[in-house]
Design a protein around this ligand. Structure first.
Ligand SMILES: [Zn+2]
Ligand SMILES: [Zn+2]
Length: 269
């Protein structure tokens, strides 16, 4: 099965109040061998939202080191970060990414023109298809402007918040722009994250969905990372049985775990 969860948040992320050791205890109970904490760092997140999505990296790394000692021999704990990409942010993340020994960096797009699609504000007065397309265009712009990440986070995450969910939209609806994104990450040697929180969001699919995963493989992509995006212990490894069945049916043989920013392949079995 899948023995790693490489997308986890704790109270170091402003949208979680989970205690890190509770998260690790639950991961051990779930039988995971490796976990990676990937706290939110969204530089220049608009002040109009109450959440800040910034943490103190020194405090974070020190805390992880303490937790690693506590759970020594029971589970492998990795130090990651989920950066919020924006078109105007290029070198702003560099001091942070080069100053600490990160294992894994997820590059995610959470904002479109400084609006969070989590809120109705984004969807109001806009054609739904155009609003989803705009998100993909923004992802493409972000990855063309910034290369220092390992895996592209939850690619079709916008569908979690689209009024009609993923029922209406498939890869084909946005094939041109999604192909541009997939070809770009393949050319740059980046992984595609399979984020299982889509199951929790009622999409009955991971983010991205099967047709995008399939297309990534058709184009030659072979680096997959897997994570639940859990913000509390009960969501660790969420949907792992379903995602295992899905990935196996698509012919995925391996998934990657990044350590010291380098991928290591694990057999999906
Ligand atoms: Zn995210
Ligand atoms: Zn996340």
């Amino acid at each position: 099965m899948i023995k790693s969860d490489c997308h986890l948040h704790t109270s170091f992320s402003s949208d979680s109040d989970a205690d890190m050791s509770d998260m690790v205890s639950e991961a051990v109970k779930c039988g995971l061998e490796t976990i990676c904490f990937t706290e939110h760092m969204d530089l220049q997140f608009p002040a109009k939202y109450d959440l800040e999505f910034i943490f103190d990296p020194d405090e974070y790394i020190n805390h992880i080191n303490t937790i690693k000692n506590t759970f020594k021999g029971k589970i492998n704990i990795l130090t990651g970060i989920e950066i919020g990409m924006k078109p105007n942010l290029t070198c702003e993340y560099e001091p942070l990414l080069s100053s600490y020994g990160w294992d894994y960096v997820i590059g995610s797009t959470h904002l479109i023109n400084d609006i969070d699609p989590y809120y109705d504000e984004y969807w109001e007065g806009m054609d739904e298809k155009a609003a989803v397309n705009k998100y993909y265009e923004c992802v493409y712009k972000n990855i063309c402007g910034y290369n220092n990440y390992d895996s592209l986070g939850h690619l079709d995450y916008i569908l979690r918040y689209a009024p009609s969910g993923n029922q209406k939209f498939s890869y084909r609806t946005f094939a041109d722009i999604i192909d541009c994104i997939l070809k770009h990450i393949i050319d740059c040697g980046k992984a595609l994250e399979i984020n299982t929180s889509g199951y929790k969001a009622g999409l009955e699919a991971p983010n991205p969905s099967a047709d995008i995963i399939k297309r990534y493989m058709e184009l030659g992509g072979e680096l997959f990372t897997i994570g639940s995006d859990a913000h509390c212990p009960k969501h660790i490894a969420y949907g792992y049985n379903s995602v295992y069945v899905l990935l196996a049916s698509l012919g995925v043989k391996y998934y990657m775990v990044y350590e010291n920013r380098k991928p290591r392949a694990f057999l999906l079995k």
